[in-house]
Write a protein that binds this ligand. Structure first.
Ligand SMILES: NC(=O)c1ccc[n+]([C@@H]2O[C@H](COP(=O)([O-])OP(=O)(O)OC[C@H]3O[C@@H](n4cnc5c(N)ncnc54)[C@H](OP(=O)(O)O)[C@@H]3O)[C@@H](O)[C@H]2O)c1
Length: 308
């Protein structure tokens, strides 16, 4: 299986490290911006697009790779359930993928695992699901500066508020996508999704891998997304991201609670590692994407990712 990586950042580096030396897999790249044509036109069995979070940006890359006959895995959070945010674009690329007999998948740890695939798996022991509550506390210190600034770290309180209002600061992206993946599989229609994001100000200087943040600047944020069904909360997604969550008093962890006829809860401590976990999920998605039906699929349509 030939795998070409587009986007020369952290995720691509991690995926290349995992796949290099794996039997039956040839890795090409990671290719940076200047080698776009080489990556997307490679005709590799799988092209991995790990550049940005946004459908607008990755859609032309997906189109090009699919037109060259490649299956595509992208880490863009918005692509985890493209139909949820841009049905026209989803339909166009889904059709193109079917014509070429290839598969498109938006994948990762979140979205792609913690808030959707794992929740769906857990719901397998329930006779009926009434609601879900998923909470992650994530150490953000390993993220690149580009990602940190965009999600909301390293800003003044005023800058954070202005960035959220303008859309330049997004917090972590992908909760509506995860909710939609789960809701579609459980046959539920979400009426609306309420969103709240609040900054966490640093009370001391924090030194992350690529950025230091002075006291008085944002060192993290809290997000609370609620998917409403029949006027009631159906899916609560809570996310606390911080440069040093343990020092802040909230060590990294993941918790999934599924309420219903046979309530079930899962806690993962310490929480899933955002860098290593994402890279592994992407690497372990290569074979399941090669084997998947043509078209644009979600993680809800596929068997679990595992190393092989
Ligand atoms: N679903 C998930 O769970 C999940 C997991 C991990 C990451 N992600 C998302 O995947 C993306 C990549 O993550 P990362 O940690 O690898 O980020 P990163 O370390 O910042 O790397 C991104 C790379 O993509 C390049 N790039 C940025 N915009 C581009 C564009 N428009 N065209 C071509 N190349 C572009 C960057 O090049 P320059 O340095 O030249 O800008 C950089 O080499 C992020 O948006 C992240 O939020 C999602």
């Amino acid at each position: 299986v030939r795998v070409a990586l587009y986007g020369a950042g952290q995720v691509s580096g991690g995926v290349a490290e995992i796949l290099t030396g794996r039997e039956g897999i040839d890795v090409e790249g990671p290719y940076g911006r200047s080698q776009r044509a080489r990556a997307l036109g490679s005709g590799a069995d799988v092209v991995i697009v790990a550049t940005t979070s946004f459908l607008d940006t990755v859609a032309p890359d997906i189109r090009e790779a699919v037109s060259s006959g490649s299956n595509v895995i992208t880490t863009a959070e918005e692509a985890a359930c493209a139909a949820a945010i841009d049905h026209e674009r989803f339909a166009e690329l889904d059709q193109l993928a079917r014509e070429h007999g290839v598969t498109i998948l938006g994948a990762g740890l979140n979205p792609g695992f913690a808030f959707d695939a794992l929740a769906l798996t857990l719901s397998g022991v329930c006779g009926r699901v009434d609601s879900l509550r998923i909470e992650r506390v994530v150490d953000l210190s390993g993220f690149s500066m580009t990602v940190l600034r965009r999600i909301g770290v390293g800003h003044t309180a005023e800058g954070f508020a202005a960035g959220v209002a303008s859309g330049e600061i997004t917090g972590h992206i992908g909760f509506p996508q995860s909710m939609r993946v789960v809701a579609d599989k459980l046959g539920v229609d979400i009426e609306r999704i309420d969103r709240q994001i609040d900054p966490i100000m640093a009370d001391r200087e924090h030194q992350a891998r690529y950025q230091s943040v002075a006291a008085g600047m944002t060192a993290g944020f809290r997000q609370h997304y609620t998917g409403i069904v029949d006027g009631e909360p159906w899916f609560e997604a809570l996310f606390l991201g911080h440069l040093d969550p343990a020092a802040y008093g909230d060590p990294p962890r993941d918790a999934i609670e599924v309420a219903g006829s046979n309530p079930v809860g899962l806690r993962i401590e310490p929480g899933l590692d955002p860098q290593r976990g994402s890279a592994a999920i992407i690497a372990n998605s290569v074979r399941r994407v090669v084997e998947a039906r043509p078209g644009w699929v979600t993680v809800g349509d596929l068997p679990p990712a595992y190393p092989r």
